[in-house]
Design a protein around this ligand. Structure first.
Ligand code: ZN
Length: 160
Protein backbone atom coordinates (compact mmCIF):
# COMPACT_ATOMS: atom_id res chain seq x y z
CA UNK A 1 0.00 0.00 0.00
CA UNK A 2 1.20 3.49 -0.82
CA UNK A 3 1.00 6.50 1.44
CA UNK A 4 -1.92 8.67 0.40
CA UNK A 5 -4.77 10.55 2.01
CA UNK A 6 -6.53 8.60 4.77
CA UNK A 7 -3.73 6.13 5.31
CA UNK A 8 -1.82 5.71 8.55
CA UNK A 9 1.91 5.66 7.95
CA UNK A 10 4.45 4.63 10.54
CA UNK A 11 7.92 6.07 10.02
CA UNK A 12 11.34 6.11 11.59
CA UNK A 13 12.90 9.52 11.20
CA UNK A 14 15.91 11.58 12.17
CA UNK A 15 15.76 15.36 11.90
CA UNK A 16 18.98 17.34 11.60
CA UNK A 17 19.77 20.99 11.00
CA UNK A 18 22.15 22.13 8.26
CA UNK A 19 25.17 21.71 10.55
CA UNK A 20 24.27 18.04 11.02
CA UNK A 21 23.14 18.38 14.62
CA UNK A 22 20.33 15.95 15.49
CA UNK A 23 17.25 17.94 16.58
CA UNK A 24 14.85 15.02 16.93
CA UNK A 25 14.78 11.33 16.17
CA UNK A 26 12.42 8.40 16.57
CA UNK A 27 15.27 5.93 16.29
CA UNK A 28 15.90 4.25 19.61
CA UNK A 29 12.35 4.92 20.74
CA UNK A 30 8.90 4.37 19.28
CA UNK A 31 8.38 5.06 15.54
CA UNK A 32 5.99 7.87 14.62
CA UNK A 33 2.51 7.04 13.30
CA UNK A 34 0.41 9.72 11.62
CA UNK A 35 -2.68 10.05 9.45
CA UNK A 36 -1.57 11.27 6.02
CA UNK A 37 -3.28 14.40 4.74
CA UNK A 38 -4.57 15.94 7.97
CA UNK A 39 -1.59 18.16 8.73
CA UNK A 40 0.12 15.90 11.26
CA UNK A 41 3.56 16.50 9.75
CA UNK A 42 5.17 19.62 8.33
CA UNK A 43 3.73 20.11 4.80
CA UNK A 44 7.03 19.60 2.95
CA UNK A 45 7.67 16.23 4.58
CA UNK A 46 4.11 15.03 3.97
CA UNK A 47 4.43 15.93 0.30
CA UNK A 48 7.67 13.93 0.03
CA UNK A 49 6.09 10.89 1.69
CA UNK A 50 3.11 10.81 -0.68
CA UNK A 51 3.21 7.60 -2.73
CA UNK A 52 5.93 5.92 -0.65
CA UNK A 53 5.56 2.32 0.60
CA UNK A 54 6.84 0.25 3.52
CA UNK A 55 10.61 -0.18 3.28
CA UNK A 56 11.18 3.01 1.28
CA UNK A 57 13.80 5.41 2.57
CA UNK A 58 14.21 9.06 1.76
CA UNK A 59 16.51 11.92 2.60
CA UNK A 60 14.94 15.30 2.05
CA UNK A 61 15.75 18.92 2.85
CA UNK A 62 12.65 20.97 3.58
CA UNK A 63 12.69 24.76 3.16
CA UNK A 64 11.31 26.91 6.02
CA UNK A 65 8.19 27.87 4.04
CA UNK A 66 7.29 24.16 3.82
CA UNK A 67 8.18 23.53 7.46
CA UNK A 68 7.71 25.92 10.39
CA UNK A 69 7.78 29.13 8.35
CA UNK A 70 10.14 32.07 8.31
CA UNK A 71 11.01 33.86 11.52
CA UNK A 72 8.84 36.86 12.37
CA UNK A 73 10.75 39.43 14.41
CA UNK A 74 7.43 40.94 15.53
CA UNK A 75 7.04 37.81 17.65
CA UNK A 76 9.96 38.89 19.83
CA UNK A 77 8.61 40.98 22.70
CA UNK A 78 9.94 42.75 25.78
CA UNK A 79 8.18 41.69 28.96
CA UNK A 80 8.67 43.33 32.38
CA UNK A 81 10.19 40.94 34.90
CA UNK A 82 7.23 41.63 37.19
CA UNK A 83 5.01 39.79 34.69
CA UNK A 84 7.25 36.73 34.63
CA UNK A 85 6.92 33.77 36.95
CA UNK A 86 10.14 32.53 38.49
CA UNK A 87 11.59 35.95 39.41
CA UNK A 88 15.38 35.91 39.59
CA UNK A 89 15.97 32.53 37.99
CA UNK A 90 15.40 33.73 34.42
CA UNK A 91 18.14 32.74 31.98
CA UNK A 92 18.62 33.00 28.22
CA UNK A 93 17.54 29.80 26.51
CA UNK A 94 14.76 28.93 28.95
CA UNK A 95 11.54 27.82 27.31
CA UNK A 96 8.01 28.30 28.54
CA UNK A 97 4.71 26.80 27.49
CA UNK A 98 2.35 29.67 26.72
CA UNK A 99 -1.36 29.21 26.15
CA UNK A 100 -1.92 30.72 22.71
CA UNK A 101 -4.73 30.37 20.17
CA UNK A 102 -3.02 27.27 18.73
CA UNK A 103 -2.75 25.60 22.11
CA UNK A 104 0.64 24.90 23.63
CA UNK A 105 2.89 27.50 22.09
CA UNK A 106 6.53 27.45 23.16
CA UNK A 107 8.24 30.74 23.88
CA UNK A 108 11.99 31.08 24.33
CA UNK A 109 13.72 33.59 26.55
CA UNK A 110 16.31 35.26 24.31
CA UNK A 111 17.59 38.24 26.29
CA UNK A 112 17.71 39.32 29.93
CA UNK A 113 17.78 42.93 31.14
CA UNK A 114 17.73 44.32 34.67
CA UNK A 115 14.01 44.88 34.76
CA UNK A 116 12.74 42.99 31.72
CA UNK A 117 13.24 39.96 29.51
CA UNK A 118 12.73 39.37 25.79
CA UNK A 119 10.54 36.47 24.74
CA UNK A 120 10.60 34.93 21.27
CA UNK A 121 7.40 33.12 20.34
CA UNK A 122 8.58 31.99 16.93
CA UNK A 123 8.55 28.21 16.63
CA UNK A 124 12.04 27.03 17.70
CA UNK A 125 12.51 25.59 14.17
CA UNK A 126 11.18 28.66 12.31
CA UNK A 127 13.49 29.95 9.60
CA UNK A 128 15.43 26.69 9.45
CA UNK A 129 15.92 24.15 6.70
CA UNK A 130 15.00 20.73 8.07
CA UNK A 131 16.86 17.63 6.93
CA UNK A 132 14.84 14.45 7.37
CA UNK A 133 16.21 10.93 7.01
CA UNK A 134 13.11 8.73 6.91
CA UNK A 135 12.34 5.02 6.63
CA UNK A 136 8.73 4.01 6.03
CA UNK A 137 7.94 1.16 8.43
CA UNK A 138 4.33 0.42 7.48
CA UNK A 139 1.29 1.84 5.71
CA UNK A 140 -2.35 0.89 6.34
CA UNK A 141 -5.78 2.36 5.80
CA UNK A 142 -6.99 4.66 8.57
CA UNK A 143 -10.08 3.41 10.40
CA UNK A 144 -13.28 5.44 10.35
CA UNK A 145 -12.81 6.13 14.06
CA UNK A 146 -9.30 7.46 13.48
CA UNK A 147 -10.54 9.76 10.72
CA UNK A 148 -13.26 11.09 13.04
CA UNK A 149 -10.79 11.70 15.85
CA UNK A 150 -8.05 13.03 13.58
CA UNK A 151 -5.36 10.93 15.24
CA UNK A 152 -3.92 7.43 15.18
CA UNK A 153 -5.11 4.72 17.55
CA UNK A 154 -3.14 1.72 18.79
CA UNK A 155 0.60 1.31 18.28
CA UNK A 156 2.34 4.65 18.12
CA UNK A 157 -0.92 6.50 18.73
CA UNK A 158 -3.66 7.15 21.26
CA UNK A 159 -4.93 4.38 23.52
CA UNK A 160 -8.52 5.11 24.48
ZN1 ZN B 1 -9.17 8.80 19.28
Amino acid sequence: MQIKENTVATIEYTLTDDSGEVLDTSRGSEPLSYIHGVGGLVPGLEAELEGKSAGDTLKVRIAPEDAYGERDEDLVARVPRSQMPGGADLEVGMQFQASGPDGGEVVTLVRVEDDAVWLDSNHPLAGMHLNFDVTVVSVRAATREEMQHGHVHGQGGHHH
